[in-house]
Design a binder for this molecule. Structure first.
Ligand code: CS2
Ligand code: MG
Length: 402
């Protein structure tokens, strides 16, 4: 059996997605998500110009050897573009292997460890009242875990608060929008937001919050400490994690659990964080961290230190990645939680998939491969439109972390 063709499908049903389709000489095909929000065409070019020529004619069943070939053979190892490209090929090869075996990928990994994945939804509000309403709405919809983000009085815009309720897509067409940031205002108002939310939602709901890389370590420690009365499930991206050691300072001051890793692309990005148990959940996701083959290594390493998975699941990860994440989450023993920002109905039509939301969990049937397809005719109707994630600046104009 040989890899006969590799198509790279770029489509923009409301936002850009890049999808790899690997076609074998036996007519079996597999899909992989290659979407890197704001840098989509970099991955497209990496695949088209540097990966595809090397894979035509290879045996698609040799997943590990192809992974090692693409990782070691690049010479210039790691990085979001390289590891997203490798991830896309890897997902597609696992999809093919599942179809050949007539099994879901979770069976190939080791079978089910659970019947469904507990997910967390996004409750956003321009102010605290709207945020509380959004949390209660999510609770009514059956979510057991809810991420809460709200506007900050005195700040025109902030991360996580969309123009409309429910659906939040940060990338905007045109050049990167600039958003103001003021940490002091955020630290002053966030505890009050969670006091109101916890009071409204009761003691059982899992509440999460994303600080989105915006705090220094001591500010993150202050936030974690101030939120302890509201017993969060986690604070995510409390501080930029290139300096893994910085989480030691946060840990010294607060017991609020910490999650990190959606921008990670290799096990080395989180080696110290896991080994020193500086975090409680690792968020490295299948599309940006080298695919199922590499994320499995991260999860197994994390399990040795009682760190659980909490994969990224934003709207810029396509249903192909989400299908892979559901297969992975059904198997992985140290599963923690799965993020779920529902895609738009149009995106779901472009990517018909088997996973579905039921009473706070993602479940899927026993379908071969990843359980997702792409409607290429519909996809072709939505050409790529360049879009960027925002940038953030402090009041004095200094560039900050969006
Ligand atoms: C966020 C993402 O979902 C999250 O936790 O951090 O929405 C992130 O901002 C986007 O995925 C960036 O493309
Ligand atoms: Mg995040």
């Amino acid at each position: 059996m040989k890899i006969e063709r590799i198509d790279i499908i770029v489509t923009c049903p409301g936002r850009n997605f890049v999808t790899v389709k690997v076609v074998t000489s036996d007519g079996v095909h597999g899909l992989g998500d290659a979407t890197l929000n704001g840098r989509e065409l970099a991955v497209h070019a990496y695949l088209q110009e540097h990966v595809v020529p090397c894979l035509i004619g290879r045996d698609p069943r040799n997943i590990e050897d192809i992974w090692q070939y693409l990782y070691r053979g690049a010479y210039w190892r790691r990085g979001p573009v390289t590891m997203t490209a490798i991830a896309a090929i890897d997902m597609a090869l696992w999809d093919i292997k599942g179809k050949l075996a007539d099994m879901p990928v979770y069976q190939l990994l080791g079978g089910k460890s659970r019947d469904g994945l507990m997910v967390y939804g996004h409750a956003n509000g321009r102010d605290h009242a709207e945020a509380v309403d959004a949390v209660l709405k999510h609770q009514e919809e059956g979510y057991k875990a809810i991420r809460v983000q709200s506007g900050v009085p005195g700040l025109e815009k902030t991360y996580g608060v969309g123009k409309t309720q429910g659906y939040y897509e940060p990338a905007e067409k045109g050049l990167p929008p600039e958003e103001p940031w003021d940490t002091a205002l955020y630290l002053r108002h966030t505890p009050e937001l969670f006091r109101k939310v916890r009071e409204a939602v009761g003691p059982d709901a899992h509440l999460l919050h994303d600080a989105h890389h915006r705090l220094t370590p001591i500010e993150a420690a202050q936030l974690g400490k101030s939120l302890e009365p509201y017993r969060l499930f986690w604070i995510e991206d409390a501080t930029p994690a290139e300096n893994q050691e910085s989480f030691r300072l946060i840990r010294q001051h607060t017991t609020t659990p910490l999650a990190v890793g959606e921008v990670f692309n290799a096990i080395w990005d989180c080696n110290q964080l896991i080994r020193e148990q500086l975090v409680d959940y690792i968020r490295a996701t299948i599309v940006h961290a080298g695919g199922i083959t590499h994320v499995r290594r991260i999860a197994d390493y994390a399990a040795m230190y009682q760190v659980r998975t909490g994969f990224h699941g934003a709207t810029d990860l396509s249903p192909v990645c989400m299908a892979a994440a559901v297969n992975f989450g059904l198997w992985v023993p140290n599963f923690g939680i799965q993020e779920l920002m529902p895609h738009s109905p149009l995106t779901d039509a472009v990517f018909p998939h088997n996973y579905r939301f039921e009473q706070g969990y993602l479940v899927m049937d026993e379908v071969p491969g990843l359980g997702v397809e792409i409607d290429e005719t519909l996809a072709a109707q939505y050409p790529y439109e360049r879009a960027y994630l925002p940038v953030a600046r402090l009041r004095d104009g200094s560039m900050w972390n969006w």
